[in-house]
Design a binder for this molecule. Sequence first.
Ligand code: PEP
Length: 250
Amino acid sequence: MRRKLAAGNWKMNGTGHDLSELAALARAHPDPACDILICPPATLLHRAGETTADTAIAIGAQECHAEESGAHTGDISAQMILDAGARHVILGHSERRQNHGESDEDVRAKARTAMSAGLTTIICVGETLAERDAANTLDIIGGQLSGSVPDTATGENLVIAYEPIWAIGTGRVPDPAQIGEVHGFIRSRLERRFGAGVGRSVRLLYGGSVKPDNAADIFAVPDVDGALVGGASLKAADFSPIITALEASG
Ligand code: PEP
């Protein structure tokens, strides 16, 4: 039985002032029927951990380096993330793949390091609109999965987020059949590669313009175990009804 996960990605948003949103979220969900994760910018990891100590909210990072330490100005390591109090990291987000030229091999190397440090990795995959229009979606997702996910993956240290690039921050959302097709495909690929036990225990999140008013429809799709939410995770008043919809999805 997979426990559902509502994950928020604050991206490059948030300063100390916004920690009040985390406190409000924790107050609204003292005993949630799903896991709740917020990934603030690296500058807030430690304070976010303090704000959410003894609450049901977990904290994660948005990125980490593939090496354990060294001459990498501006980067942060898996150990630094753990030291700041976080236990999760998002890897291979499309904004990292596009803006920082990250390849599947880069994501796989980072994931291997993060997993061996004890972090749970949320690895993002997703197609462009041109790739979908050319009927290449499943080929693209299959390639990203085999290229980005290391052999060390387990049901505990891996979460996959399917995030169609054309749905991120645009207000456009695939229809339930399109989401179901991709999630079913990801599930079958994981089962084929890692066996049924691991393949069935990895949580699959949908991400891309999830809002309070579309969350219930998305969570009703088979093999959707939660969401990775950008814009609507910044305010407790927006994220809270998404969490409630996930809890209600059973
Ligand atoms: C994201 O960037 O991971 C995301 C899903 O963003 P949004 O919810 O704003 O579309």
